[in-house]
Design a protein around this ligand. Structure first.
Ligand SMILES: [Zn+2]
Length: 135
């Protein structure tokens, strides 16, 4: 029930994109204005140029950041794994969860001793590298 993160993240990234586009548009307006008022007000034009460039750099930075975040969120989706074990010889294998799997379910014969194998564990695979969220 708690796995509804993907529509929310896409909503956030489109929201981010809109802010980035607005900032970018404002920076272009500032630059055009700076060029227009430069002959009459060179001091004001310098300020506008600086603001325009800072805003442009900021929007480019935000764009890069949001892309990075979306990419890392896609990687994060945890896999559900199933551990299959032979009770007789201890042969163990791990595979991806399949529909209908449950703990202690009997499966096909063991590859080694031909005894029946059972599912001993079903768990979510957690990757240990997603610790870079400093925000
Ligand atoms: Zn076995």
């Amino acid at each position: 029930m708690s796995e509804k993160s993907s529509p929310a993240t896409s909503k956030i990234s489109t929201y981010m994109m809109m802010i980035v586009l607005i900032v970018l548009a404002l920076s272009i307006v500032a630059l055009i204005l700076a060029i227009n008022i430069f002959p009459s007000r060179p001091d004001m034009a310098t300020y506008l140029l600086a603001i325009g460039f800072i805003a442009m750099a900021l929007s480019a930075y935000m764009l890069l950041q949001s892309r990075k975040r979306v990419a890392s969120m896609k990687i994060e989706a945890p896999k559900v794994m199933t551990t299959v074990e032979c009770r007789k010889c201890g042969f163990k294998s791990v595979r991806e969860f399949q529909r209908g799997d449950f703990v202690f379910k009997d499966l096909e014969a063991c590859q080694k001793c031909d005894d029946k194998m059972i599912i001993t564990a079903i768990y979510k695979e957690v990757k240990e590298k997603e610790k870079t969220y400093g925000v």
